[in-house]
Design a protein around this ligand. Sequence first.
Ligand code: XLS
Ligand code: NI
Ligand code: NI
Length: 438
Amino acid sequence: MTLFSSIEPVRYEGPETANEFAYRVYDKDREVLGKRMEDWLRCAVCYWHSFNWPGADIFGGGTLPRPWLAPKITQEMADEKLEAAFDFLKRLGIPYFTFHDVDAMATAATLKEHDRNLRTITEKMQQKMAAAGTKLLWGTANLFSHPRYAGGAATSPDPEVYAWAAAQVRFCLEATQRMGGENYVLWGGREGYDSLLNTDLKRELDHYGRFLSMVVEHKHRIGFKGTILIEPKPFEPTKHQYDRDVAAVFAFLQKYGLTKEVRVNIEVNHATLAGLDFEHEVTAARAYGIFGSIDINRGDPRNGWDTDQFPNNAQELVPAFIQLIEEKGFATGGFNFDAKLRRQSVDADDLYLAHIGGIDTLARALLAAADIVTERKLARLKQERYQRWDSDLGARIESGAIDLATLADLAVERNLDPAPKSGRQELAESIIARHCKY
Ligand code: XLS
Ligand code: NI
Ligand code: NI
């Protein structure tokens, strides 16, 4: 018996069910465009918000029943958390989980102890994974909570802090490999600054670039087959984070020669904090060839911070799902529920309800997007909009065969006078809206 044992395993019961602990739309074996729903979505529960967060905020302490939490987590508490987490995962019935080193292990004071405690818990996790058939979507090291990281980890002004971070990443990357993890994530929560007055931005970027290169070198040295992912976020906790969005990450990867080695883990609420649409980030990542994985959640449009709420609006997600379908799905990524309960959601079963609602939302968005892609109207609308580029003129420009002066001469000679053409935006928006019927 654990905190989460009171619920029967969650099953698909269809849209008409009255059971709140059942999936209405997420039917893992349902075929969508030739692939099982489970394989499209590759859903993961995250350890930190679900099991390692007591419901504290900056004005008050924990509100949620999580008896295994305390400032110093003992091995017994870590074990109790592990039991509860895997009980939850098994009953929820989705294939993956994600974790930070410190979410799972007993609190350690030294690096040697850190290494030992991480090994202890990950060995136990491996047994649980084998028994339940649960897989690891990604592991990551927490390089932002401990006071030593207040000034950054890979961008710390102190090389000893940098070395601590390197050790944590090495241990966690190797643990992720042992656990068969499919990706390894780096979220640079404090890789940025609070003030430029005391920050050497160029030096910090070079340190960060070297850090990431070392991670990639080590990945190859140990033969880790997963993908290394950077998770962009514009700010919070720092005033400015260097990985502010997909474009900034791409520029950074280019500067340090890592565009073939590192991809992005895009979080919905981070995109919106950056003043961008989630689908913008997914589309941009595809255009740059660095699309990796997704942290699914949502923000509150009137709050300017990372509220990490569970997604519940399928229509909002459809444009990104169209991108995902065009991408033919994830390679090694998935949808990680980087989402947490509200502080008043104090019942153990709230965690089930939150995930069930979120997973059904993804299923709804997938089905709608699949219909839209199959219908091809939206694709045709886009294709027609660019059709003139298929002309001789378009081909000459696209192939790079023409220079500015020749092109200018040609425009003058032909007396070009292109007529304005409708962008058909309202039609495109209506196509999305009318397919959201699941
Ligand atoms: C915080 C991030 C974090 C990463 C993992 O805003 O989303 O949860 O996903 O370190
Ligand atoms: Ni995240
Ligand atoms: Ni976040």
